[in-house]
Design a binder for this molecule. Structure first.
Ligand SMILES: Nc1nc2c(c(=O)[nH]1)N=C([C@H](O)[C@H](O)COP(=O)(O)OP(=O)(O)OP(=O)(O)O)CN2
Ligand SMILES: [Zn+2]
Length: 129
């Protein structure tokens, strides 16, 4: 049996982005409110009744949030081009490094209806920069 438990957070951040379309506006520094959801998956520990205590996940996600909230994403070490795809990877890597059995990370922006979801297995390498 495999359970999935997840937690959400949000952050406000600025960025620039090199694109072929809508290039001028994306090249100017602008901001977004990003929402993120991290999902961990695995069996339930019969002793605790939990896959992972959400309290531990909350502590780790707070650390990740501190690296993103009110930052210029272009300058965040290890993020690369500040896309939602790279934000998913960044968050997933931080959870892996802290030994969480991360299964999926989603990042979305409500204003424009944009969303990205990264799903991974424990065997998947998470590419760095
Ligand atoms: N595959 C991806 N495509 C795009 C991404 C991305 O992360 N992954 N990101 C962007 C930019 O962030 C761009 O700034 C978004 O622009 P746009 O869709 O024009 O939305 P707004 O600037 O109007 O932003 P609001 O969310 O409405 O405030 C583009 N493509
Ligand atoms: Zn943008």
């Amino acid at each position: 049996m495999r359970f999935e438990v997840s937690q959400e957070f949000y952050f406000d951040a600025a960025h620039t982005l090199e694109r072929e379309i809508e290039a001028a506006g994306s090249r100017r520094i602008h901001g977004h409110t990003y929402h993120a959801r991290a999902t961990v998956a695995g069996p339930r520990d019969p002793a605790t009744g939990m896959v992972v205590d959400l309290g531990h996940l909350r502590v780790q996600l707070k650390k990740v949030r501190e690296q993103l909230d009110h930052h210029l994403l272009d300058e965040v070490p290890g993020l690369g081009a500040p896309t939602m795809e790279n934000l998913c990877l960044f968050i997933a890597r931080k959870l892996r490094e802290a030994d969480f059995p991360v299964h999926a990370v989603e990042v979305w922006r409500k204003a424009g209806g944009d969303r990205c979801r990264l799903e991974m297995t424990p065997e998947d390498q998470l590419p760095g920069l």
